[in-house]
Design a protein around this ligand. Structure first.
Ligand code: IPM
Ligand code: MG
Length: 357
């Protein structure tokens, strides 16, 4: 029985509803497999905390989080606080401060789930987007001047460093090498003539060490169309922070619901804790109704277990999720069902128990 120390940040909106369900599944699967025990510490950070304290997280938040093995994160953002404040006060400082330079996002069409694309069967869509997660368009370099005057201006500069680009691209090659050995470089170097030509050059350089990986350089606009028209042709896609952001909403949508999409903000060197969070965000429109889909959060738990080296337990959760969606009885309204958040988690636990026997 291995022990792990997990910092839990439910955050805002439905993050508060899906996080306890994810925790429940992690605990039960720990008991079922006898492989691990999680020790949680909860942090009430987010928009409510901001309204009380003027900060999204404790002043020394990163120091507090540093000793943990991993961070399990619900969602951030609520209409009560401007989005750029909530994001830049909590999630970005963690991703950037802990050098979580890989944002790993699977797109997998689960059994029983209807893709909005015609004729897709389970597994037809099965790829990863590796999103650069610490720089690029999210660096925050820039400013505004002449506020309120007719000559007002805003500048937001993308920042690409050799180290930053090399390491995320290397991670993507390594992942492709373990999978179907096909890697797409999402780029736009026809228009972004400085930053993304640099990115493309590094993509080619890093690739020299991976001769068995077949590569393609695809412009982001054409790639977006390909996500819709031929998603089965995708295995691993690597892109900048903003490109990865956009592509992964698309990836979630073609797999049936954003409520299913999971994500890991990873520091592969394990110099700092990594953070696992669903893609869906706080969804204020459905918050408080108990109908949020917990599968994205539960899937994050599976990714977290795999990252911790608990592969069989992570796989058990994935099999249980597939059994639940395949059966189609306990589905939340985003998937056309009537189940409540907690009922879906109950079903995942029941399936995990049955599968482990
Ligand atoms: C995501 C989200 C965030 C992002 C938002 C909440 C700022 O869309 O995790 O994909 O753009 O990174
Ligand atoms: Mg996004």
């Amino acid at each position: 029985m291995r022990d792990y120390h997990v910092a839990v940040i439910p955050g805002d909106g439905i993050g508060q509803e899906v996080t306890p369900e994810g925790v429940r599944v992690l605990d039960r699967v720990g008991e079922i497999t006898g492989a691990y025990k999680m020790h949680y510490e909860y942090f009430p950070w987010g928009c409510e905390y901001y309204l009380k304290t003027g900060k999204m997280m404790a002043e020394d938040g990163l120091d507090i989080l540093r000793p943990f093995d991993v961070i399990y994160f619900g969602a951030v953002g609520f209409p009560s606080v401007p989005d750029h404040i909530s994001l830049r006060g909590l999630r970005l400082p963690i991703c950037q401060g802990f050098d979580q330079y890989v944002c790993l996002r699977p797109s997998y069409l689960l059994p029983g789930i209807q893709s909005p694309l015609a004729g897709k069967k389970p597994g037809d869509i099965d790829f990863y987007v590796v999103r650069e997660n610490t720089e690029g368009e999210y660096t925050g370099a820039g400013g505004r001047a002449h506020r309120g005057l007719p000559i007002e201006l805003a500048i937001e500069t993308s920042v690409f460093t050799r180290t930053g680009v090399e390491r995320v691209i290397r991670y993507a090659y390594q992942l492709a090498q373990k999978r179907r050995k096909k890697l797409i470089n999402a780029t736009k170097s026809n228009a972004q003539q400085h930053s993304l030509t640099f990115w493309d050059e590094i993509f080619t350089e890093v690739g020299k060490a991976f001769p068995t990986v077949q590569t393609e350089r695809v412009l982001i606009d054409a790639l977006s169309a390909r996500f819709v028209l031929h998603p089965e042709s995708l295995d691993v896609v690597v892109g900048s922070n903003l490109f990865g952001d956009i592509l992964t909403d698309l990836g979630g949508a073609i797999c049936g619901s954003l409520g299913l999409a999971a994500s890991g903000n990873i520091n592969p060197e394990r110099a700092y804790p990594s953070m696992f969070e669903p893609v869906h965000g706080s969804a204020p429109d459905i918050f408080g109704k108990g109908i949020a889909n917990p599968i994205g959060m539960i899937w994050c738990g599976a990714m977290m277990l795999e990252f911790l080296g608990e592969k069989p337990a992570g796989e058990l959760i994935m099999k249980a999720i597939e059994a639940v969606t395949g059966e189609g009885k306990a589905l939340t309204p985003d998937l056309g069902g009537k189940a409540k958040t907690s009922q879906v988690a109950d079903e995942v636990i029941a399936k995990a128990l049955a599968l482990a026997k």
